[in-house]
Ligand binder design. Sequence first.
Ligand code: IMP
Length: 234
Amino acid sequence: MQAPAENIITIVLATGNLDKVKELRPLLENVSPLFKVTTLKELGVEIEVEETEETLEGNALLKARAIFNHLSKTLPFIIALADDTGLEVDALQGAPGVYSARYAPTAEGIAPTYEDNVRHLLHSLNGITNRNARFRTVIALKGSIPSGDNSFGFEHTAEGVVSGSITTEKRGNEGFGYDPLFLVDSTARTYAEMSTAEKNTLSHRALALKKAIADLKNIIENHGTPLTSTQKHQ
Ligand code: IMP
């Protein structure tokens, strides 16, 4: 059944990464027929948010707030979803962490490539035997949902963590970023030795998303109008 238009909750994904969108869209649309999942790109909106915070949570919230503030003027019910991810290595006191995208030193104004970061990480751990590490993703949600005759506003974060270790050389050809170096404890394979489908079942991002969706269902159950397409929002 078609959901009444006035009840539609637009979920806006901060990411422009098509692989991430493909992974997120069906999981979110499964929650309710009232959820319409879109991206900034599909809305034709460009919002540049500089990641100036020192925590993953802070940066994810920065992005979610910026999107929410921009779009909530025109969309009555909206949930902005943003994520930030870091690789934390014990022997490097948690580095590169929140700076994972900008780890390898480069000339002023030039962003390092994935390959630069991989090489720099191997170099930093040269001769070190403690290779324990974890990937951490924080997903931030900022939303306004129908609640009886009013709306309910909320901000929430959810975290997903996968434990592993850093290999001494690259293993596997799949994935991106630090995937060829990250050996997942539970599988004894690197992320780059898994198919995308397998990685998406157990990754730090997948765990954070599962948690975020479960939390979102609770928020709606406790504070919002029930999410069925037959429910009329008066
Ligand atoms: P972002 O917050 O998703 O942009 O991630 C920051 C940086 O962490 C990226 O530039 C990658 O280098 C790295 N990264 C994030 N997610 C992954 C992953 O799933 N595998 C490997 N590297 C990742």
